[in-house]
Ligand binder design. Structure first.
Ligand SMILES: [Cu+2]
Length: 148
C-alpha cells in the first residue's frame, strides 16, 4: 500500500514539473521592424521564464510571412554579421531578450505588405513541441523599440 502511494505521488510530481515550455514563458515588448519592399523584417521580444524549468526556443512561424528564422547579429572586424541560431535557452527564473544588434527573428517573404501600426501574429515554438502565439506590433524602419 505504501509503495502504491509512493508511486502515485511520484507520478503526480512528474506531471507537475511537465508543464509545457510555452506555458511557462511570458512574452512582452514584442515588435517587428518593417523595412521597405521585400526586405526581411526583424522581430524582437522579451521572454521571461518565471518557472523552475528552462525553456528552449527552437523556431517561429507566422501566417503573415513565408518564412521565419532565429538569427543572431554581431559585429566583427567592423562588419555586421548574422548567423542562424538553432535554439535559444530561456533559463529557469530568467529571461532572454531578442533585440536589435543581438538575437532576433528574421521574417521573410511577407505574404501581403505589412504596414507600421499593424499587429502581426508570430507563434514561437519550443523544444518540447509546445507553441506560444504572440502579437507583435509592426513599427517603421527607423524605430528603435516597441514604442519609439
Ligand atoms: Cu537576421
Amino acid at each position: 500500500m505504501t509503495r502504491m502511494l509512493a508511486a502515485l505521488l511520484l507520478s503526480l510530481a512528474a506531471t507537475a514539473t511537465c508543464a509545457s515550455e510555452a506555458a511557462n514563458i511570458r512574452a512582452s515588448a514584442a515588435w517587428i521592424r518593417v523595412l521597405p519592399g521585400d526586405l526581411p523584417a526583424g522581430g524582437y521580444v522579451t521572454l521571461q521564464n518565471p518557472s523552475t524549468q528552462p525553456a528552449t526556443l527552437v523556431g517561429a512561424s507566422s501566417p503573415s510571412y513565408g518564412m521565419a528564422m532565429l538569427h543572431e547579429s554581431s559585429r566583427a572586424g567592423g562588419m555586421n554579421r548574422m548567423r542562424m541560431v538553432e535554439k535559444l535557452v530561456i533559463p529557469a527564473h530568467g529571461s532572454q531578450m531578442l533585440a536589435p544588434g543581438g538575437y532576433h527573428l528574421m521574417l521573410m517573404h511577407a505574404k501581403t505588405p505589412v504596414a507600421p501600426g499593424a499587429t502581426v501574429r508570430i507563434t514561437l515554438t519550443f523544444a518540447d513541441g509546445s507553441a506560444l502565439p504572440v502579437d507583435f506590433a509592426a513599427r517603421p524602419a527607423g524605430a528603435l523599440g516597441p514604442h519609439d
